[in-house]
Design a protein around this ligand. Structure first.
Ligand code: G6P
Length: 629
C-alpha cells in the first residue's frame, strides 16, 4: 500500500527518492509523487499510474534539489488521479506532506479548515495535515520561543485521529525533513553526511545499514547529521541507530523471470532458516526466547512467555488475513493435533464489533507476513485489550506487529516481493509446528521420543520441497492445459483443507481465474452443482486419516464429468485411476503434508498466470500489505 520515502544529503534528491520508491513498488500503489526544495522553492511533482510516469516528470524537470520526500499512494479516500496523489501542500504552497494510514477525523478537520478560509483541492484525508501545520506554524512563529515548525507539527498531529505516518518538508527549512509516526511504521536511515526516510526499511537498506525506528507517537527531525527524536509534547527521546543485516533485504530476481517464481523456489531455504533458528537439533529442546543481538533483526524478536503462562493456555485464538489466515487454519490443525488445545481461527476483519470472548487464559496469535495489515493489528489489539496473552508470527521484525507484542516468532524468508504470498505461507506454517512442539515440550504433552520423531520429520520437509521444485517443467506442462478454464474448484480435507483454500486464492490472485476452495466433504452440499466438463477440480489427497473419504469426494466430482486434477503421492495407484492429471509429491506424514502439497499449487497458479500474460508479481487491484481496515 502507501509508501513514504525521504532524502537529505549532498546528492540530487530525485534519483534517490525514485530508487527508494522503486523498493516500495511491491507493496502496491496507483500513483506516486515527490516534493523537493529547489533553489528555496517547494516543487511538487506527482502522477497517477506507475512510477515510470513520475520518472518522466522528473526527467523533464530535472530538479537538482538535495532534499525531498516521496510517496506511492494506494487510493483509499478519492480516486487514483494526479490531484489525489501525494505530496499535498498547504495554501501557501510552502509545506508538503506525504502520508500513510487514515486520518479518521479528516471530515471534521476539513470543515473547520474550510470555514477558516483554507482551500483544499483533493479528496484525500491527507490534505488536512498540511493545512493544519500551516495554521499552527503561523501561530507558532508569533508565540513560540522554540522551533516554530517542530512545535507546529506537534500541535497539528495532536489534532489527528487514526493511525498514520507522515513525511513533511517546508521550504522555510530546507535543511530538515520531519517524520511522524503514530501506530504505523517509519524508519530513518543514517548515512555518511546524508539521511533517508522510509515507511518500509527495505527502501533505506539499499543505502545504509544504520537505522532508527520511530516508535509510537514520535516525531523525528532529520538533518544530514542525523535525527533528533521527540514525543508529541516535544520531549527529547534519546535513541541510537541500530546496525542491521542488509542481505535478506536485497531486492533482486536472481535470474528468475518473476519474483514469485524465485520466492516459490526459496521455500526450502526459508524453511530451513526459520526452523533452524528454533530447533538446533531434534535432541535439544526448542528455544523461542529472544537472542542477545535480536537475531540480527531490526526490531523486537523472541518469545517471552513464561513457563507458567504457557502452561496456563486454555485456548488459542488466531487472527490473520488472506494467505496468513490459511496458514493460521493449518496452525489450528497442528496445535490441536500436537497439543490438544482448542484453537479458533478468525478472519481478522470479522473480529471488529464483536463481543470479545477472550480472557487471560487465551493466547491470541496474529499471523502477518508484513506485520502491518490493519485488520490483523486491530483484531490483535482488541484481544490484548480483552486480557489475552499475545504473540505474533511475522516476516518483518521491524513491523508494527513487533512493536505491540513481546512475543514474536520471525519467519526467516528475507523480503517477499511478489504480492502473492508463497514462501511466507510455508514459513508461517513451519512456525506453528515449532510452536506446537515447544508447547508440547513445556507442558510435557508427548513422550520425548515422539517429540524427537516429529522434529526429525519436520526438518526433513525442505528436502521434500526441493524434490517437487525439481519437477517444475513437468508441473508447467501439466498446468497450462487448464489455462483456459473460467472456474476452478480446489478441495482437501483435514489439514489439507487450508491448502485447498490457499491454492484457490493463489490462482485467483495472479491469473484472475475464478477459483474456490472447499472442504472436500462439503462438495456434495452445494458446490457440486457448478460441476461439468468445463470445470477443473483440484483434489489434495495424501495417505492418512482422511485419504479414503477424500478419494470418495473426488469420485463424486468425477461422476459429474469434471476435469480431475490431484496433488497425490508418488506411486498412488488408486489416484491414477481417478485423476486426469496428477502433481506428484513425495511420501510425507499427513501432519506435515501442507508444507509439501501447497508447492505444486503455487507453481500451477504461477504457470497459468504467466501463460495468460498476467502481471504475476503485481496483480491488478492488490496490495502487498493492506494498511487500512
Ligand atoms: C494482502 C495480500 C495477501 C496477504 C494479505 C495478508 O491482501 O495481497 O497476499 O495474504 O494481505 O497480508 P499479511 O502481510 O498480513 O500476511
Amino acid at each position: 500500500m502507501c509508501g513514504i520515502v525521504g532524502y537529505l544529503g549532498p546528492s540530487k534528491a530525485a534519483p534517490v527518492l525514485l530508487s527508494e520508491l522503486r523498493c516500495l513498488e511491491y507493496r502496491g500503489y496507483d500513483s506516486a509523487g515527490v516534493a523537493v526544495i529547489e533553489s528555496g522553492e517547494l516543487v511538487v511533482l506527482k502522477a497517477a499510474g506507475k512510477l515510470s510516469n513520475l520518472e518522466t516528470l522528473l526527467t523533464d524537470k530535472k530538479p537538482t534539489a538535495t532534499v525531498g520526500i516521496g510517496h506511492t499512494r494506494w487510493a483509499t479516500h478519492g480516486i487514483p488521479n494526479d490531484e489525489n496523489a501525494h505530496p499535498h501542500t498547504d495554501c501557501t504552497g510552502t509545506i508538503a506532506v506525504v502520508h500513510n494510514g487514515i486520518i479518521e477525523n479528516y471530515q471534521a478537520l476539513c470543515a473547520e479548515l474550510t470555514a477558516a478560509g483554507h482551500t483544499l483541492v483533493s479528496q484525500t484525508d491527507t490534505e488536512v495535515v498540511s493545512h493544519l501545520i500551516e495554521d499552527e506554524y503561523k501561530k507558532c512563529v508569533l508565540e513560540c520561543n522554540g522551533d516554530a515548525l517542530l512545535v507546529a507539527i506537534e500541535r497539528a498531529v495532536k489534532r489527528l485521529e487514526g493511525a498514520y505516518a507522515l513525511g513533511i518538508v517546508s521550504q522555510k527549512h530546507p535543511e530538515r525533513i520531519y517524520a511522524v509516526n503514530h501506530n504505523y511504521s517509519l524508519s530513518v536511515g543514517l548515512g555518511d553526511g546524508e539521511s533517508f526516510l522510509a515507511s518500509d526499511s527495505v527502501a533505506v537498506r539499499q543505502f545504509t545499514n544504520k537505522l532508527i525506528r520511530l516508535e509510537q507517537s514520535e516525531i523525528a527531525e532529520v538533518t544530514v547529521n542525523g535525527a533528533r527524536l521527540f514525543d508529541f509534547n516535544g520531549t527529547f527521546i534519546d535513541r541510537q541507530a541500530i546496525e542491521v543485516d542488509m542481505n535478506p533485504y536485497i531486492i533482486s530476481k536472481d535470474g528468475y523471470r518473476h519474483f514469485l517464481l524465485k520466492e516459490i523456489h526459496e521455500q526450502p531455504i526459508s524453511m530451513r532458516q526459520t526452523m533452524g533458528k528454533y530447533i538446533n537439533h531434534p535432541d535439544k529442546p526448542i528455544d523461542l526466547r529472544p537472542t542477545e543481538n535480536g537475531g540480527g533483526h531490526f526490531g523486537n524478536y523472541g518469545v517471552n512467555l513464561t513457563e507458567t503462562q504457557l502452561k496456563s493456555i486454555e485456548r488459542i485464538n488466531i487472527v490473520a488475513c488472506g494467505t496468513a489466515n490459511y496458514a493460521g487454519m493449518a496452525g489450528k490443525y497442528i496445535l490441536e493435533e500436537i497439543c490438544g488445545i482448542p484453537v479458533d481461527v478468525e478472519i481478522a476483519s470479522e473480529v471488529r464489533g464483536r463481543k470479545p470472548l477472550l480472557n487471560d487464559k487465551t493466547l491470541c496469535i496474529a499471523v502477518s507476513q508484513s506485520g502491518e495489515t490493519a485488520d490483523t493489528l486491530a483484531a490483535f489489539t482488541e484481544a490484548q485489550a480483552a486480557g489475552a496473552m499475545s504473540m505474533g508470527i511475522t516476516n518483518r521484525a521491524d513491523s508494527h506487529l513487533s512493536r505491540i507484542t513481546d512475543n514474536l516468532m520471525v519467519t526467516e524468508c528475507g523480503i517477499e516481493v511478489s504480492v502473492a504470498a508463497t514462501k511466507s505461507f510455508t514459513a508461517q506454517v513451519a512456525c506453528f509446528y515449532v510452536l506446537a512442539l515447544y508447547i508440547a515440550e513445556t507442558r510435557k504433552l508427548l513422550p520425548p521420543a515422539e517429540i524427537f520423531r516429529l522434529k526429525q520429520q519436520l526438518l526433513l520437509v525442505p528436502a521434500l520441497q526441493e524434490r517437487i521444485l525439481s519437477q517444475e517443467k513437468i508441473i508447467q506442462q501439466q498446468s497450462i492445459k487448464y489455462a483456459e478454464a473460467h472456474d476452478m474448484l480446489f478441495m482437501g480435507r483435514g489439514i489439507n483443507y487450508p491448502v485447498a483454500l490457499e491454492g484457490a486464492l493463489k490462482l485467483k490472485e495472479i491469473s484472475y481465474i475464478h477459483a474456490s476452495g472447499y472442504a472436500a466433504g462439503e462438495l456434495k452440499h452445494g458446490p457440486i452443482a457448478v460441476l461439468d466438463a468445463k470445470v477443473p477440480v483440484v483434489t489434495i489427497v495424501v495417505p492418512g486419516k482422511v485419504y479414503e473419504k477424500t478419494l470418495s469426494n473426488a469420485q463424486e466430482a468425477k461422476a459429474r464429468n469434471a476435469q480431475m486434477i490431484a496433488v497425490a503421492t508418488e506411486g498412488d495407484d488408486r489416484a491414477k485411476g481417478i485423476f486426469d492429471t496428477i502433481f506428484t509429491i513425495p511420501q510425507v506424514d499427513e501432519l506435515f503434508s501442507p508444507l509439501v502439497t501447497v508447492l505444486p499449487l503455487q507453481l500451477m497458479s504461477y504457470f497459468i498466470a504467466d501463460y495468460l500474460g498476467k502481471d504475476v508479481d503485481q496483480p491488478r487491484n492488490l496490495a502487498k500489505s493492506v494498511t487500512v481496515e
